[in-house]
Ligand binder design. Structure first.
Ligand code: CTP
Ligand code: MG
Length: 224
């Protein structure tokens, strides 16, 4: 079985508010992007990696992959205006014979083998997709103009992370631009669900925290 990882790093990092894209903000000794590249590269279950970089940052991304000694990086492509556009650009560079595509946010630097193993194992049970989830500790309400409209039943709610694993052909179909509302999607599983795919969940990992704000960056730094 051939497993390809698409590492999306093409966001601007506006909420982080630095002078460069989030993937190139320093995490430890190196830019943030170095961490997920190295970790995916070292993951035994992953055969090849496609990096999706912001426009004009393709070259620095390739140099970073060389710097960490990554041997599985097959390509570095330019991302698009939305996350979905960037995923589509990355998936377009995955060859047709790939069986599984794993999509991962570079903004979640601390990806590890254990979660990848859980995801691939779950796909093997016949699902179209698998996503890591964590329980939602707080009570969640739907609010309209500052007024509570509804309190959701927390029991059935989870927070979803990446990496997300998919049967390659199913993900390709779900990314098909003729489908509506692709731009708004914040993860790939929602596209697969909308296309009628069956997505299962596996245990997530607190350390897969997505770096969104400076406080998140500090937390992830502390875990290095
Ligand atoms: N992403 C991408 N292409 C985009 C938007 C996002 O590849 N056009 C990637 C980001 O690089 C990140 C992941 O999708 O790894 C999750 O996005 P997010 O955390 O929102 O990152 P940014 O869009 O960079 O941050 P912000 O929304 O604060 O600008
Ligand atoms: Mg964003």
């Amino acid at each position: 079985m051939s497993v390809w990882a698409v590492l999306v790093a093409a966001g601007r990092g506006e909420r982080l508010g630095e002078d460069r894209p989030k993937a190139f903000v320093r995490l430890g000794e190196l830019p943030l992007l170095a961490e997920p590249i190295r970790r995916l590269d070292e993951c035994a279950q992953i055969d090849h990696v496609v990096i999706v970089a912001p426009p004009e940052w393709e070259e620095p991304a390739i140099l970073l992959a060389e710097e960490v000694g990554a041997s599985k990086v097959a390509a570095c492509v330019t991302g698009g205006a939305t996350r979905t556009d960037s995923v589509r650009a990355g998936v377009a560079d995955v060859p047709d014979d790939a069986e599984v595509i794993l999509v991962h946010d570079a903004a979640r630097p601390l990806v590890d083998d254990a979660v990848v193993e859980r995801l691939i194992g779950a796909l093997g049970e016949g699902f179209d997709g698998a996503v890591p989830v964590l329980p939602v500790p707080d009570t969640v309400k739907r609010v309209s103009e500052g007024v509570v409209a509804e309190t959701l039943d927390r029991g059935g709610l989870v927070a979803v992370q990446t990496p997300q694993a998919f049967v390659a052909s199913v993900l390709r179909g779900a990314l098909n631009p003729v489908r509506a509302n692709l731009a708004q999607a914040t993860d790939c599983a929602s596209l697969v669900e909308a296309a009628g795919g069956r997505v299962t969940t596996v245990e997530g990992d607190e350390r897969l925290l997505k770096v969104t704000t400076p406080a998140d960056l500090a937390r992830v730094r502390g875990w290095l």
